[in-house]
Design a binder for this molecule. Sequence first.
Ligand code: AMP
Length: 562
Amino acid sequence: MYLVEVVAAILGTIKSRQMKKDLDNFLPVQEQFVLRQIRANENTQYGRDHQFGRIHSLADFRRLHPVTTYSHYAEYVERAENGDVNAILGKSKLVMMACSSGTTGKSKHIPISSEVQNTMLSMLAGLFALQPQIKSAYRPLYKEMQILCRPRWRYSPTGIPIGPLSGYFTNKSILLAQWSTPFEAHVVDTEAEAMYVSLLFGIRDRNLCRIEGGFASGLYNMLMFIETNWRDLVADVRSGRLKEGLDLTEEQRRVITKYLVADPQRADELENEFKKGFDGILSRIFPNLEAVSALSSGTSMALYKKKCLPYLGNVDLVSLMYGSSEAFMGINVRSAREEPAYALIPSMALVEFLPVDATGTPLEGATPLLATEVKVGELYEPVVTNWSGFYRYRLGDVVKVVDFFHQAPCVDFQFRAGQMLNVHMEKLSEEAFIAALQTAAGRWSGTTLLDFTSAESVLDPSPRPGAPYYLVFLELEKGEVTAEQLKTIDEVLCEQHFVYKSFRVKDSIAPMKVMTVKPGTFKAFRQFQFDTTTAFLGQFKQPRVLRNPKQVEFFMKHVNSQ
Ligand code: AMP
């Protein structure tokens, strides 16, 4: 572990020098990146179909190649999965298909080439060089905790693994050396058991220095799990055994137990702290904890982030990077106490910026801009060209340009385009809805809003006749709210959103149907998504607008009786 960390630090230092030069030379580096992809894939079927032979500059590329969405690649992806890798990739190998979350639609298969290792190395170097929290949390002999759930790989007819991109890295023992769960004990593929085992290895280590939570929603689940299961965890730290009743095979149990040691002293220490309550628990049980990281930008993670903070004590929550299965893009160059600013790294992907409005809809007649043409404060949809066969691809995210770092634009992720309610062309963004919801919930006493989702009335299984309306499902932490209180969401939205109000006044939109759901519904929904779609748990992001009747039915079944 020490060697891995030291070698990584040396490589990181070398690579990060290059990266800083690149940041001062942004557009030329972007052009080099694109031309490298074009030359490498010139003789693929895709390259021939799209005249790569005629592309010799960034300008040629932007003139000749169209802006694309996933459907543009579906046929090439299928050919590659069936053995014709040369349909997409020329010089590099196809190592896997990354399955993107599938929470907003049908899941996508994104080709991942062997270049992923270089990109990953650049990302790590970038974090090491540019991220203030990571720099200060460098402790080569201290461990880091992450919930490690083994992906359930699927395979294409020719044996190409299909799964979450993170699964590619958690298959490599060398990259897992610093994790508190021993590599060999990383054998569990069900969420509750993986959570238990990873937490057991994590909390027994007093010297843990970092916690990686994935998305803020994942970190929140982890904290809730500790709060509910701490007695069992402490008992197992004390005895060095694994409690009965976990859904594990004999073999999994044997492998995991091999690495457990009885530690009554640590168990006493943990028990004392848990008994004092959960405010600031992480910094009390891990006195050397330097940082907790979780991707927490944007409206959809805001609720979870707020819920996590009280557990952290004096440790900061940092959102390290902005990226997706399609491309790693930016590194947060600000400290954890500030709003994130993800500086785009020009050697990792070409990012163009499609100007969009507050709902994520492209402005009329707009075409993608280069990084040098964007303005601070404006909203854009990133259009990315990556290292494994996607070109000028609309990512579906909405980001705001918040700053510049050297010559690189810094963005902050806002929301997924299309996560909007639109029953009468009012195009209400997720951001506008959540603002109204939070204002209304802030006025209710004795209860806290835990989670929410919504849908358009077209999906209501027992629709009200007349004008369309929004269906809203809320999970509350304690207590109940009255029907009168629930009505305030509609009133606040009218106060805050002019277009919505104008349609409500005209009765073109009927009042919202707001329902509270039983405790644990949103957690159960994660499992439902996992069981019924190709989504992977670690990638799960609660959709704020449900588009699928089965999902709406799920929430309807969990509504509290009035
Ligand atoms: P996936 O490809 O399924 O792993 O998900 C990638 C998506 O996660 C991106 O397209 C964004 O919508 C979201 N995302 C990426 N970075 C962040 C971040 N720092 N904070 C919140 N959401 C993020």
